[in-house]
Design a protein around this ligand. Structure first.
Ligand SMILES: [Zn+2]
Length: 161
């Protein structure tokens, strides 16, 4: 992190914003959403997009699943993502139980092997922050998260399989 601050550029290729590099934005989002259930609705796409833009900070074995979740989010919306994510958590907590329908994720592209992408056209360090991430309203925040998610999937899709 120290190196990123010195160069003012994040390892996703994005320039630092007023709050710092993407990691600074990410941790500020995680802190703020803990106290704001409405903002927390975007937790899953925030985590998936952040880790896919900064895979050095992620567990590699989860990235494929996170890539598919982001595709489902862009394709079918936040409510659909929340339903699938809830089922996955439930399945992980109750290993003996089966029957959850995870086929929605199987329909989406696997994570290409040749990543990570060197650039994304929208980054966490570009999110507006006016004392709060939702100071412009929840819809604007959601649109910002969706733009980052879209940029993440777009860049990964361009990576050679
Ligand atoms: Zn970054």
């Amino acid at each position: 992190m120290a190196d990123e601050r010195i160069t003012g550029q994040c390892d996703c290729g994005a320039p630092a914003g007023p709050l710092g590099v993407c990691a600074d934005y990410y941790h500020a989002i995680l802190a703020e959403e803990q106290a704001d259930p409405r903002m927390y609705r975007w937790h899953a796409p925030v985590v998936c997009a952040y880790l896919l833009q900064h895979p050095a900070q992620a567990h590699e074995k989860h990235l494929d699943n996170q890539f598919r979740l982001l595709q489902l989010y862009l394709d079918r919306g936040l409510d659909a993502l929340l339903r699938v994510a809830a089922h996955q958590v439930a399945r992980n907590n109750h290993r003996a139980r089966t029957g959850y329908d995870l086929t929605p994720l199987a329909a989406y592209a696997a994570l290409p092997a040749g990543g990570p992408p060197r650039r994304f056209r929208a980054a966490f360090s570009g999110l507006p922050f006016g004392g709060s991430f939702v100071s412009g309203g929840y819809e604007a925040y959601g649109n910002g998260v969706e733009a980052i998610a879209g940029a993440t999937v777009e860049a990964w899709r361009a990576v050679p399989a």
